[in-house]
Design a protein around this ligand. Structure first.
Ligand code: KG4
Ligand code: ZN
Length: 330
């Protein structure tokens, strides 16, 4: 069954055709990120206007690239929440009209659950697929949640962030360091260049809960940078290149450690053997290197989405949409 997925929850206008929930026939992403860079974050109105301008072209391109005719699309899936209301409105309205014009059903899909579905999309057929029940760690720009899945329809949120999301903390710390938006990839890239430093930042642990908190470490970085600049009698918040890299590395180490600790603790508590990590922060090199080692030691199989399916995309929406298809289509 061919499913057309549409995703417009943030700044990416994305469409994809996925067969039977796993084979990605096309995956088109158009982004207005360059227009947001100068503001250091996403401006919802600019993003919504971008979706309006791009959606028809992006969907058309996704169908063309999939090499199937639109008559072969059996279902349309659209990200319905959470996200920026203006963007979601554009995606949902377009998807509703498109499914009506094709005469096929429409399913609305939760964006965060779709991030957890992403490792099921086949990139490498030899890769082991997660087995239910599993724990999902969703780490994106807007959310950080640990979720226990009995199925994609039956799940329980074990914990979530009490303030900033992990990706949001990466973006804000990058901004403090004068790096460009989005900050996650910038910090990731900088931190790779340094193997040793004594600088440490502590990330809150919130013991005995599966909740997270990242605003404290963000503020610690801000105070550190301020203090350095007061000492240098500088009015601008800048650090030298070496110190910027040290701060990026120390911040990333601490956040990654907390994500790993809590995810493994959740697997142990729920006695599950499989852990899925999805969302933009799942693209982080340190997390992708450290978490599999730590989970292996604990007897847990970790599953990351391919990097191209970590950040926002519509293949994950189409894939999860297939699993959510109306009963009559099964
Ligand atoms: O899932 P996503 O594309 O959008 C949301 O649903 O929010 O996640 C975007 C977030 C941004 O905060 C971005 O800085 C972060 O993912 N991100 C990363 C990396 N790549 C993207 N964070 C850390 N390391 C990365 N390599
Ligand atoms: Zn996302």
């Amino acid at each position: 069954m061919n499913v057309l997925g549409i995703e417009t929850s943030c700044d990416e206008t994305a469409a994809s055709v996925v067969r039977d929930g796993v084979s990605v026939l096309s995956n088109i992403i158009s982004s207005t990120v360059d227009q947001h860079k100068k503001y250091g974050g996403i401006i919802p109105e600019i993003a919504a206007r971008g979706h309006l301008e791009a959606i028809e072209l992006v969907v058309g391109e996704a169908i063309r690239k999939s090499r199937i005719s639109s008559a072969k699309i059996a279902l349309v899936a659209v990200a319905s929440q959470p996200g920026l209301p203006g963007g979601l409105l554009v995606g949902r309205s377009f998807a509703r009209a498109f499914s009506f014009s094709l005469g096929v059903p429409l399913v609305e899909v939760d964006h965060i659950l779709a991030h957890i579905y992403a490792p099921f999309l086949s990139v490498n057929s030899k890769q082991k697929k997660p087995k239910l029940p599993f724990i999902g760690l969703a780490v994106s720009g807007g959310h950080t949640s640990l979720i226990y899945f009995e199925s994609f329809k039956k799940f329980k949120i074990l914990g979530h962030t009490r303030d900033d999301a992990a990706g949001e903390a990466f973006d804000k710390v990058a901004k403090i360091l004068g790096l460009s938006y989005p900050g996650g990839p910038e910090i990731d890239r900088l931190a790779k260049g340094l193997s040793n430093s004594n600088l440490r930042f502590k990330c809150a642990r919130l013991p005995d809960t599966f909740d997270f908190s990242f605003s404290g470490i963000k503020t610690a970085v801000l105070y550190f940078v301020r203090e350095k600049n007061i000492k240098r009698k500088s009015h601008r918040l800048t650090l030298g290149k070496r110190l910027t890299v040290e701060v990026a590395r120390a911040f990333q180490n601490s956040v990654v450690d907390v994500l790993i600790e809590k995810s493994i603790a959740a697997c142990k508590k729920k006695k599950v053997r499989d852990l899925i990590i999805g969302g933009g922060v799942a693209a982080n090199s340190l997390l992708r290197r450290k978490l599999p080692l730590a989970s292996k030691l604990a007897g847990i199989n970790s599953h990351f989405a391919a990097r191209c399916f970590c950040t926002d995309n519509a293949a994950m929406i189409a894939g999860l949409g297939y699993q959510m298809r109306p009963k009559v289509m099964s």
